[in-house]
Design a protein around this ligand. Structure first.
Ligand code: XIL
Length: 589
């Protein structure tokens, strides 16, 4: 059987595994990133099998089998794990990982041979047990001793794993964060062997296994403060003919940085050196951002990776689900602590569409639950007659409508007469009418901002009020006055509003932060049918978030007003800044 056939068979098995578990209950099969990205790059994950870490190979087995085509040991191939004492090797757990990978048609990335972290002291002690890098005088004998240990480690480890490990992070994190140095000066390898340790390591690795792809791996490898030095190091190594085949960009990132421009420019810089690129340790911490913002960030970086898939050949996530991430509370991965797919997962399923559209295509746009909280039906977008459904609406206790969709229930089969509309998550309370509903329609709701460029007025600084609805991220309505004051938008026809977004001080081009005391603290969204009588529909209090994004329950409005009672959290400061007020809704007709 060829490798390709083997992979296909494995995939069938995976589907079976999934459909026998929780996924069946929700009536869908989770898409596989390994399959989706197979023509672009490997999708990898870091597996914890070290004795002090939970064994995700067991606890997260379903996700690993369903999603990944490449595995990395999170700790179990590091020097302190493999050779805790000189000549004493510990291969049991990494061997398990390798045989699991082989059994399931996955490749293994080796991480890491030479690093200043997680490397035992004995590498650096002289015959008398003294740490060589602490000595006043380091002799040539001392230096040779450390070189011989480094080479012996590389030889033993790479020989042991042979071609079962297809690439190695030969040297990890050797470049300094300090602009004054290229090589991290405090590294025990630099302090004992000198800067040449990198060349020696790569040459040895190539000699031991000429088939293995050899990588230099580092963090902040796309950050302008550091990438120039990484680039210089690699350029010099290549100029000397040192066998470096690839750069590992770790990818421990945030929702707000590094910028896509920096990532893209770095990919080009490294690719121009003729290097293969692996994203080796991807995780995007939530920080103060929402799961949706994290999803959008994942979507953007995967879209970029696809664009450069001629040079990017492996994208490895550092962990499997948020309960097994080294970044603790930062929930940086694609699966949550219950191993359920997050918006970020759905976002990378198809980077051409919003995450919720991808999700709805698999899970259905609407989920029906009974009084016991069990899902008994899901529907994809479309139009249905109640009589044709495979389940009965009489059992409905709760309806969950996916983001981006609206469900309408009609009194008559031809969808004339009375209708009830639902957006987002709604508790169904009236016990008797869904079974009276004769037809259902599930439609995407427009993602257009209906406030854009509509006529506006304000009680202060009215001549600049249009800047809050001009769609430009860098123009604002920024009055300084004693509150309360307001800004109103004339939508020109009645709409049913389902969401509003207010972008405040911290979203501005100069700050770009998620929270700030300069953001409006207390404000109210009001609606009106005549522009005279106003009703409060949403009240925000003690806010510090730069973006307020809230759902509305299909509120009917022709006029919408932002009524501000406290322009910042700082009593001494009365400068309100509104970069944008966005409204989303459907024409009421
Ligand atoms: C981390 C592991 O995830 C943790 O479990 C361990 O305690 C410390 O190391 N850069 C690297 C990885 O190259 O080896 C690190 O892994 C994360 C940063």
């Amino acid at each position: 059987m060829t490798k390709r056939n083997l992979a296909a068979v494995c995939f069938l098995v995976i589907v079976l595994v999934f459909s026998s578990s929780s996924v069946l209950a929700e009536n869908y099969v989770l898409p596989s990133l390994r399959e989706i990205y197979k023509d672009y790059f490997h999708i990898g994950g870091a597996i914890s099998v070290a004795s002090w870490a939970p064994k995700t190979l067991i606890s997260h087995r379903e996700i690993i089998l369903g999603q990944l085509s490449s595995l990395t040991a999170e700790n179990a191939m590091k020097p302190d794990y493999l050779q805790p004492r000189e000549g004493v090797f510990n291969f049991r757990e990494p061997d398990n990982l390798v045989s699991f990978a082989k059994e399931h048609g996955m490749v293994v990335r080796g991480h890491t041979l030479v690093w200043h972290g997680q490397t035992p002291d004995w590498f650096f002690r002289d015959k008398n047990g003294q740490l060589i890098y602490e000595k006043d005088q380091i002799t040539d004998e001392d230096r040779q001793l450390v070189i011989s240990r480094m080479e012996a480690h590389i030889e033993a480890v790479m020989t042991h794993f042979g071609d079962d490990v297809y690439c190695w992070d030969v040297v990890n994190e050797a470049v300094s964060d300090n602009a004054a140095y290229i090589h991290r000066p405090e590294s025990p390898w630099v302090r004992t062997i000198g800067e040449d340790f990198i060349k020696i390591a790569f040459r040895k690795a190539h000699e031991v296994n000429p088939n293995a792809k050899l990588f230099y791996n580092d963090y902040n490898a796309v950050a302008p403060y550091k990438r120039g030095r990484i680039h210089k190091l690699l350029t010099d190594l290549l100029a000397e003919g040192v066998p470096v085949h690839g750069i590992g960009i770790q990818g421990h990132w945030g929702v707000d940085g590094p910028s896509l421009a920096d990532i893209e420019q770095s990919i080009k810089m490294y690719a121009e050196l003729g290097l293969e690129i692996h994203i080796t340790e991807m995780d995007i911490g939530m920080g103060d951002f929402t799961e949706e913002e994290q999803a959008e960030r994942y979507r953007q970086v995967f879209e970029l990776f696809k664009k450069y898939s001629d040079v990017i050949t492996n994208v490895t996530l550092w962990g499997i689900a948020d309960d097994a991430s080294w970044r603790g509370d930062d929930d940086p991965l694609l699966f949550d602590r219950n191993h359920e797919p997050k918006p970020a997962f759905w976002a990378v399923v198809d980077t051409d569409k919003p995450w919720y559209v991808n999700k709805a295509e698999y899970t259905g746009a609407v989920i029906f639950k009974n009084a016991a909280g069990q899902i008994f039906g899901t529907l994809k977008p479309g139009e249905y007659k109640a009589a044709d459904l495979s389940f009965s609406l009489a059992d409905v206790a709760r309806i969950e409508v996916g983001t981006g969709y609206m469900m309408s229930l009609y009194e008559s089969e031809d969808r004339t007469g009375d209708a009830w509309h639902f957006v987002r998550t709604d508790l169904f309370d009236g016990a008797n009418w869904p079974d009276k509903a004769k037809a259902i329609a599930i439609r995407t709701i427009s993602a257009q901002n209906i406030a854009l460029n509509k006529p506006v007025e304000a009680s202060v600084l009215s001549e600049r009020a249009h800047r809050a609805v001009d769609g430009a991220a860098d123009t604002s309505w920024a009055p300084r006055a004693t509150p309360p004051y307001w800004l109103s938008v004339d939508l020109q026809e009645p709409y049913l509003l389902y969401r509003w977004v207010c972008k405040l001080h911290g979203t501005g081009p100069l700050s770009r932060i998620s929270h700030s005391p300069f953001n409006a603290a207390d404000f109210i969204l009001q609606v009106s049918e005549d522009g005279i009588n106003w009703t409060d529909v949403d009240v925000v209090e003690d806010n510090t978030a730069s973006t307020t994004e809230r759902d509305l329950d299909l509120i009917k409005a022709r006029y919408v007003r932002l009524f501000v009672t406290r322009p910042t959290s700082l009593e001494v400061n009365q400068n309100l800044v509104v970069y944008e007020l966005e409204l989303y809704g459907l024409p009421a007709e």
